[in-house]
Design a protein around this ligand. Structure first.
Ligand code: 6R9
Length: 648
């Protein structure tokens, strides 16, 4: 039996949620959601209070999700204005630059934040943006990213953030996909000592967009950029912009943002989150999962280009009047002590990062941690993929010195906030398990073949959710049918997460990873179909199949089997060319780690690629190939095994 970690008396004494109140609160959240959320919905300020709480259906053909549907509110007023009255001088955002040797960190108070957000809102309005319009953000991790998110929320515009690591092509597809009116970008994005030319990427993307799309350019490095007729200089416009703007009254179900994420088929889909339920859920999970208390300094190391940055750098913490850190850099620059240096410098109390970063820093050696004073740390969090016990133990022993509970939070872009997570004052921790459902979350384990509910403990299956929770996505932008099919099509009446899980003998949940064709590379979600379609778009490529394989640091690496056109010879040069090609089509995070030349791919007689076999070969698990007799040409498998690439 592996070691478990009960909450310490000190943690319990101060905790919002303990073993005593978790049980009854959870029961009520499931059995009487109207009363539970009717009460907890009041944690945010409503302009017009709701009288209806939950109105949701997972019924096939009629999936419809509404929370607090007759209430009105404004997210920016909740994240900014209401704190200006009570804590205007408190720091809202601490900005920590990529390079601490050339650039100072910044503290932005709630009162200052209000001015920045209002100015940005006025600038957007002057560019013709109004309620319901879409605005794409393609920005470094600078405070302007948060100002822009909150400015959109203030005027009722819908933001869609594109991670600055995505290519011009990916950006263009997302601008067109949401029919955005304005793109906000910066000249350059410094990261890890290197600089990405964001504005040039945006220019390249905009060549394929409607001429009417405007580009608002924020100065970050001051490096030269080209200037076109559609460009507007944010820093010049700031000088003229009014410093107040009244927040728009929004319905609880008005969209707040779109965020593209990868699925198992087709191109990325625009996940839509709405205003009321999302804010209630983001703020409540932030407070309870991290046991956040007034005055604490909270640091989530994610990028605002991912959902984790939306919910736990900006919306959750700011709704709670927290001090939140926005970090522009990477864990290993200028050196492998950067995270810990920042923790010490800003006296961080709760620290939230991804297993891939923990593994990389574990490999760098304990001395990088031990150099810095981490005595203010009270809690550690993990997100993005299952955390392996070695990494968990190192995080616990070396970073937390055995004094900081670790919350392993399982959730998704689609869920808005934490779904399964330990609560520090209530849960006896098991390394590697996300353990318990958050309030309102009803996990159900289903048999993947029959779709039957698997009852009892010590069982395995696919992870579904039996009923709606306020932070749930409402639809896929412009394609409600795809939404129903993707999440409710496989198991009628349930939201299907795409993950496998087991429920152990104590009833704790362990998420075991995706059961579909989504891979998880350094905590980034990637659809194998996306990488395949990028590869086959190259003239030399006839066919491609992409799978994940175990990778020591990244969790999973990208393994691509590529069949070349008849007239093409395999070469190292071509391999490099294909790597570069995928980087340009999608972005650096999609670059294949290994490319194997495959004269043929294992296919069934009906022409379907047998990915199961490709996965096993990539995993170096030849013994378990299973039945290959249904293959049209079983001999291709021998060739693939013989020429398997090594490289983890
Ligand atoms: C928040 C976020 C979602 C996928 C999800 C699952 C994996 C996330 C996890 C985890 C095990 C955890 N995942 N957290 N697996 N334990 N604590 O990461 O959202 O980018 O949409 O990814 O990540 O496979 O389905 P997103």
């Amino acid at each position: 039996m592996p070691k478990t970690y009960p909450p310490s008396a000190k943690t319990i004494a101060n905790a919002h949620i303990t073993a005593e109140n978790y049980g009854p609160m959870y029961e009520q959240s499931i059995n009487d959601p109207d009363t539970f959320w009717g009460e907890h919905g009041k944690r945010v300020d409503w302009i017009k209070p709701y009288t209806k709480v939950k109105n949701t259906s997972f019924e096939p053909g009629n999936v419809d999700i509404k929370w607090f549907e007759d209430g009105t509110l404004n997210v920016s007023a909740n994240c900014v204005d209401r704190h200006v009255e009570t804590r205007g001088d408190q720091t809202a955002i601490i900005w920590e630059p990529d390079d601490p040797n050339t650039t100072e960190s910044m503290h932005i108070t709630y009162a200052e934040l209000q001015v920045h957000v209002c100015k940005m809102a006025n600038i957007l309005q002057s560019l013709g943006v109004s309620k319901g319009d879409r605005v794409v953000l393609y920005l470094p991790m600078i405070p302007e990213a948060a100002y822009a998110m909150l400015a959109c929320a203030r005027i009722g515009a819908i933001h869609s953030i594109v991670f600055a690591g995505f290519s011009a092509d990916a950006l263009g597809a997302r601008i067109n996909g949401s029919d955005a009116k304005v793109v906000i970008t910066a000249d350059h994005a410094p990261r890890g000592g290197r600089s990405t030319p964001l504005k040039s990427n945006a220019d390249a993307a905009l060549l394929h967009c409607k001429e009417s799309v405007k580009c608002l350019v924020v100065k970050r490095t001051g490096e030269q950029t080209t200037w076109t007729d559609r460009d507007y200089n944010y820093n010049d416009m700031l000088l003229e912009a009014d410093d107040y703007q009244k927040p728009q009254e929004m319905n609880a179900e008005d969209p707040l943002f779109i965020l593209y994420t990868s699925g198992s088929t087709g191109q990325p889909k625009g996940v839509v989150h709405t205003t009321g339920g999302y804010l209630v859920y983001a703020s409540m999970t932030h407070q309870y999962t991290f046991d956040y208390h007034d005055g604490d300094v909270f640091w989530c190391t994610a990028d605002v280009g991912w959902v984790t940055g939306h919910s736990y750098i900006v919306y959750g913490p700011l709704a709670n009047g927290a001090t939140t850190i926005m970090f522009e850099g990477v864990p290993t620059y200028p050196d492998a002590g950067r995270f810990w240096e920042v923790c010490a410098k800003h006296k961080v109390n709760q620290f939230y990062t991804a297993p891939t970063a923990i593994r990389a820093l574990m490999g760098a050696g304990n001395e990088w941690v031990e150099k810095h004073d981490l005595s203010d740390l009270r809690l550690l969090g993990s997100v993005g993929e299952p955390i392996n016990p070695e990494a968990w133990n190192w995080y616990n022993d070396v970073v937390g010195k055995g004094n900081c509970p670790i919350v392993d939070t399982f959730w998704q872009t689609e869920t808005g906030g934490h779904m399964l997570t330990p609560l520090p004052g209530a849960t006896t921790l098991k390394p590697g398990a996300a353990q318990q459902p958050f309030f309102g979350v009803k996990p159900v384990v289903l048999d993947p073949q029959s779709g039957d509910v698997v009852h009892g403990n010590d069982v395995e299956g696919v992870l579904c959710i039996g009923d709606s929770w306020p932070g749930q996505m409402r639809t896929i932008y412009g394609d409600h049918e795809r939404f129903e099919k993707t999440y409710f099509g496989d198991y009628a009446g349930y939201y299907f997460s795409g993950d496998g899980c087991k429920r152990d003998e104590d009833g704790d949940y362990w998420v075991t990873g995706r059961v579909d064709d989504v891979i998880n590379v350094s905590g980034h979600r990637m659809g194998t179909a996306e990488v395949e379609s990028a590869l086959v778009a190259h003239v030399a490529v006839a066919e491609a199949a992409v799978v994940g394989y175990p990778h020591d640091i990244k969790g999973q690496g990208i393994y691509a089997y590529v069949t070349l056109m008849n007239n093409q010879e395999p070469s190292d040069e071509l391999r490099k060319e294909l790597e570069k090609w995928v980087r340009a089509e999608i972005g650096p995070i999609a670059k294949p780690d290994l490319i194997q030349w495959a004269p043929g791919l294992p296919k069934t007689r009906s022409g379907k690629i047998m990915r199961r076999i490709l996965r096993k070969i990539a995993e170096d698990d030849f013994g378990a190939l299973g039945d290959t007799s249904t293959l049209a040409d079983p001999s291709v498998v021998d060739d693939l095994i013989e020429n398997r690439m090594n490289g983890s």
